[in-house]
Design a protein around this ligand. Structure first.
Ligand SMILES: Cc1cc2nc3c(=O)[nH]c(=O)nc-3n(C[C@H](O)[C@H](O)[C@H](O)COP(=O)(O)O)c2cc1C
Length: 82
């Protein structure tokens, strides 16, 4: 698991780059009250690299059509907290 996902696709080099950074800034449009499928795919691939990503600073940029007081932003924020 620490060597990366057993599924050898193009995401492993991307996760290597993420693991080498001090801070990660995720950006996504809101799709159906959540992050985009494209970003979710990368985050899912981080699962087996959890220890390497622990304690990194994380920022998010989330853009949606709904007003900023919509609960969807809180939900997405909580997902990133987790
Ligand atoms: C499939 C799809 C689902 C979307 N779902 C939401 C949503 O749940 N909430 C929301 O605020 N905006 C939603 N949007 C709007 C996008 O967040 C918006 O298009 C995106 O932030 C880009 O902004 P723009 O269309 O003004 O360029 C959705 C857009 C698409 C294409």
């Amino acid at each position: 698991c620490s060597k990366g996902c057993v599924d050898k696709d193009d995401t492993n080099p991307t996760i290597d780059k993420i693991a080498a950074t001090d801070m990660i800034l995720f950006a996504t449009p809101v799709y159906w009250w959540g992050m985009s499928a494209q970003l979710k795919l990368v985050i899912d691939k981080c699962y087996c690299r959890g220890l390497q990503l622990k304690n990194k600073k994380v920022g998010t940029i989330v853009v949606g059509g709904s007003p900023v007081d919509s609960i969807q932003y809180e939900l997405i924020d909580k997902q990133f907290d987790c």
